[in-house]
Design a protein around this ligand. Sequence first.
Ligand code: OGA
Ligand code: MN
Length: 228
Amino acid sequence: MGALDMLPPGDGPGHELSVFEQIALGLQHQGWVVVANALPSGLAADLFAQVRTDSECRFALAGVGRSSDHVLNRFIRRDRIRWIEGTGETEQQWLAWCGRLQTFLNRQLFLGLFSFESHFAHYQPGDFYKKHVDAFRPDGSERGARRVVSLVTYLNPGWQLADGGELVVYDVDGDAALQKVMPAYGTVVVFLSTEVPHEVLPSTRDRYSIAGWFRVNGSVADRPDPPR
Ligand code: OGA
Ligand code: MN
């Protein structure tokens, strides 16, 4: 990591602007970026409290693929997830922060991001998510919302290298590992959903993250999007 992505934990508009600028620059020049201590500290604490007090039964085994292609595949991923619906103050604050990032990225990079979806994820010791991309390049036949920018953040205080659970970022062909990111508290990773293969390695501790996706509008006349 370079000096730029080593911000002290912080809050306030100055910190937020600097984080958003780093994200936009990283997306523009590299297609992915890691920013340590990026989440506002109050928000990180609230999200952590929420995920830890959430009853485990609200988390469901995660699947692979969308809509009718959605299947559970224990050989690809083993995490449990809970979609964030915006119920309660903490989830509202999270969605508001992501909304401000969406507006910033649209202004800086003209991405036309239109909507956002996200879920908490819980990886128990030994759980993993094999190498994948979050979306496939459009071939012109798409009708629904498309994931364009992925965002992951981590809620694991005191994480150590020996705990494992790194996010491995690969080059566009999926051959070379470019960076292993420790799922450290408040770190935010942002990348282009179709261009950056990545993988979650197993950990020895419970690992909590939020994964989210900014999408472009795939509406056509007979099918409003996102569906209500
Ligand atoms: C995902 C994902 C990464 C992580 O949910 O698609 O790649 O580090 N998550 O939790
Ligand atoms: Mn992913």
